[in-house]
Design a protein around this ligand. Structure first.
Ligand code: SF4
Length: 321
């Protein structure tokens, strides 16, 4: 049985103990694919509230100030720092009390977390890495949103011994799919961005989605092969699910989109595991929303049932996840 290098196992090897990734969502962050810089409306499946419950609370705050590269002054920076601290301590205390976990990694999760003025990012990253028992940071973003200046900043943290990851949403390598999902960028330059990031000592986790509209099994595996070829350090794969108030929800209701089944998704995961090198860290292979925003597929309501099924099938072909 081959033990898969999950993120948990990777952390244990690297730090000699368990490390919990703490998801953080901050007021004012958005995405150039939403605010009109590259497109409007966002990816057709995008609903950040369904990815992150903290956002529901954050969205009740005054959200008139939005982050973007050219914002001259950031009047909500202190408030963002306060939210970072509040969310961190809430999660850290919980995991300390319940699971005796004492090391943490900050995960900037919602929207595009490098889409803000450099000074804002520097302050937030400095604050995050200065929190007690924080060993590193993982930053979710797009391939068209990380400047060289930010990469230099991250390189500095790596030199100080911090664990630094960038999580790039790739989703698919097919231009027609990226256009159909209104991704707001193509695939050109993605490999170069990944390479540039890795040269700074920053680890790259690529996100892929299985079940995108009009994609065949072969296309999804081709996307996987391509990102593996780029030399990524980690991967996150998840099934596409439909949540309310999205273009995808309309496509689903109009019969233009059929979600992937659990069986089909599992087959893809099984094949993927045979292709992913042993050294690549598997950050996640499941996804779902457990609230009434989720429309379909129903199997994405319960991540535990989902994972139990996938784990069992993986075991049958010799992988311990
Ligand atoms: S890139 Fe991410 S945050 Fe931006 S629209 Fe797409 S899914 Fe939403």
């Amino acid at each position: 049985m081959r033990e898969v290098l999950t993120l948990g196992r990777y952390f244990k090897k690297r730090f000699g103990q368990r490390v919990r990734k703490i998801p953080i969502s901050l007021q004012g962050f958005t995405c150039p694919n939403i605010d009109g810089r590259v497109a409007r409306g966002g990816c057709i499946y995008c609903c950040n509230e369904s990815f992150s419950p903290s956002l529901i609370k954050i969205n009740r705050l005054d959200n008139r100030v939005k982050m973007h590269f050219d914002l001259k002054e950031n009047p909500i920076l202190d408030s963002q720092v306060a939210q970072l601290r509040e969310q961190f301590f809430w999660h850290a205390d919980f995991h300390k009390d319940k699971f005796e976990i004492t090391k943490f990694m900050i995960y900037l999760q919602s929207y595009t977390n490098t889409y803000a003025p450099f000074e804002t990012l520097k302050r937030l990253f400095d604050e995050a890495l200065g929190l007690p028992n924080v060993v590193g940071i993982s930053i979710g973003t797009r391939i068209d949103c990380v400047s060289d200046e930010v990469l230099d900043l991250l390189e500095g943290y790596v030199r100080e011994g911090k664990e630094v990851w960038i999580e790039y949403g790739i989703q698919s390598i097919f231009p027609q799919t990226l256009e159909l999902i209104n991704r707001g960028h193509g695939i050109q330059g993605a490999y170069e961005q990944v390479e540039k990031t890795r040269k700074k000592g920053v680890k790259v986790c690529a996100h892929l989605i299985y079940g995108l509209p009009k994609e065949s099994h072969e296309m999804m595996i081709a996307s996987l092969r391509e990102v593996v070829r780029w030399g990524i350090d980690g991967i996150k794969i998840h099934p596409l699910y439909v949540v309310s108030n999205t273009k995808l929800a309309k496509m689903y209701k109009d019969g233009e989109y059929t979600p992937i089944s659990l069986e089909e998704y599992t087959q893809l995961v099984l094949q993927s595991f045979q292709e992913i090198p042993e050294s690549v860290v598997i950050h996640r292979i499941s996804s779902g929303a457990h609230d009434d925003m989720l429309i379909a597929p129903k199997w994405c309501f319960d991540k535990n049932i989902q994972m139990r099924y996938i784990r069992e099938k993986l075991r049958e072909i010799g992988f311990e996840y």
